[in-house]
Write a protein that binds this ligand. Structure first.
Ligand code: PMT
Length: 397
């Protein structure tokens, strides 16, 4: 199985930490990469060691942290590290390291190894807003981009100085998403345009209330991230506020089924595949109220009318992958949906099972093909389901 969501397994990542107040977040980055199965070696500049100790990073990664060209490691530090790296990530990256890299300097271990490596380099700047917005920093960042470096834009927020503005190190999840995007760019789905829907649609009852469902969006997000990690161009159509980073994806936030229909119909025009993981409403209130329904002690009758079936409405040459959320007669109902919605592949999942389906981190799925081939899988993590599904889709391509 090609692993999109577990793609860091066994990868060697050199994590450069420089002298920013955000250096302490390097420990969290090192920890998350290590837990994801990567082999992380931390390289620290001298100023970084004033914010966090090499010992901390060694304890997290299990590898010797390297702080100098002259440190005894049994090899020529900058060459050994440059050659063994699958990726060099510098997070946080100060204005100083950015300027030195842009100038092709090789005056310390980190700048030497970046100059020596043929592997992808990801830079996550962190500095005071005025420094980040300085033209000189902007020119240096632009030059690095032109040289193929990936820059992870800093966030906005409270800075060390107490001021508020752009310059905070990007969220760790976003930085790791960027690492996966950069590492997976030539993956087995490279060049494929995949539209993924996620989450539960919301059908308005009045300006305050809606009829929704228990979908958390996890399934759709895991599929979108795994596809991105395997090089696909991912367009994610999602109901608001769902879990997970969406680095490198085009995200379309919608609420109601009708909005999802309009958006999906547009996006599939040049898509290779549509994966409908979203829990789309089947019904909506016929007459949503324009003002909040007042509390009363009398029963309230709400007339529900059908909403369009997106999979039935959108046609085209793309691969059509649907889900079937069932609580009984799983295969029978899934095959019916396969036929009615003209699907190439349906992911049948029993959402009545404890710990599977809506909101859970796990799902138990049966894949059914147009030719009626069936593949049944045990309960497993949704990240694993995503990679299995994408393996099957890659095969159908
Ligand atoms: O989001 P999670 O918490 O991770 O939960 C995952 C999930 C249970 C939502 C997911 O695994 C799932 O089953 N999604 C499909 C839910 C659903 O709407 O199933 P359905 O059997 O009602 O619809 C069948 C297919 O038609 C689905 O692909 C659905 O997206 C699509 N559909 C449904 C209604 C509609 N009006 N238009 C559609 O295109």
């Amino acid at each position: 199985m090609t692993s999109g969501n577990n793609m860091l397994e066994g990868k060697t990542i050199i994590l450069g930490i420089t002298g920013s107040i955000a250096a302490f977040k390097g420990a969290d980055i090192a920890s998350k990469l290590t837990r994801a199965g990567a082999n992380v070696t931390v390289v620290m500049t001298e100023p970084a060691c004033r914010f966090i100790t090499p010992l901390t990073l060694e304890s997290i990664t299990g590898n010797q942290a390297v702080t100098s060209l002259w440190q005894e490691t049994g090899g020529i530090n900058h060459i050994t590290l440059a050659e063994k790296a699958d990726m060099v990530l510098i997070a946080p990256a100060t204005a100083s390291i950015i300027a030195r890299l842009a100038g092709g300097f090789a005056d310390d271990l980190l700048s030497c190894l970046v100059l020596a490596t043929k592997s992808p380099v990801v830079i996550a700047p962190a500095m005071h807003t005025a420094m980040y917005e300085n033209k000189l920093t902007g020119q240096n960042i632009q030059k690095l981009k032109e040289c193929g470096f990936m820059i992870v834009e800093p966030g906005e927020g409270r800075l060390a100085s107490g001021a508020y503005g752009k310059g905070r190190l990007a969220d760790v999840e976003v930085i790791i998403g960027a690492v996966k995007l950069k590492l997976g760019v030539n993956g087995d789905l490279a060049g494929k345009k995949i539209v993924v829907t996620a989450g539960g649609t919301r059908e308005s009852l009045d300006p305050v209330r809606y009829i929704g469902n228990r979908s958390s969006g996890k399934t759709g997000y895991e599929i979108a991230q795994a596809a991105r990690n395997r090089g696909a161009c991912v367009k994610l159509v999602t109901t608001a506020g769902l879990p997970g980073e969406t680095v490198g994806m085009e995200v379309f936030e919608i609420e109601a089924a009708q909005d999802m229909l309009v958006t999906v119909r547009e996006l599939v025009k040049d898509a290779d595949c549509l994966i409908m993981a979203a829990a789309v409403a089947d019904f909506k209130p016929e007459k949503p109220l324009s003002s909040k329904m007042k509390k009363s002690d009398r029963a309230v009758n709400i007339k529900l009318i059908p909403v369009p079936d997106i999979l039935s409405e959108v046609k085209g040459k793309f691969l059509r992958v649907g889900f079937a959320a069932e609580t009984e007669n799983l295969e029978y109902n899934a095959r019916l949906k396969m036929k009615n919605k003209d699907l190439d592949l349906v992911v049948a999942n029993d959402v009545s099972g404890k710990g599977a389906g809506f909101g859970s981190d796990y799902n138990k799925v049966t894949l059914i093909y147009r030719d009626q081939t069936t593949k049944d899988y045990p309960l497993m993590a949704k990240s694993h389901v995503a990679d299995i599904l994408l393996d099957e889709i890659a095969g159908l391509f």
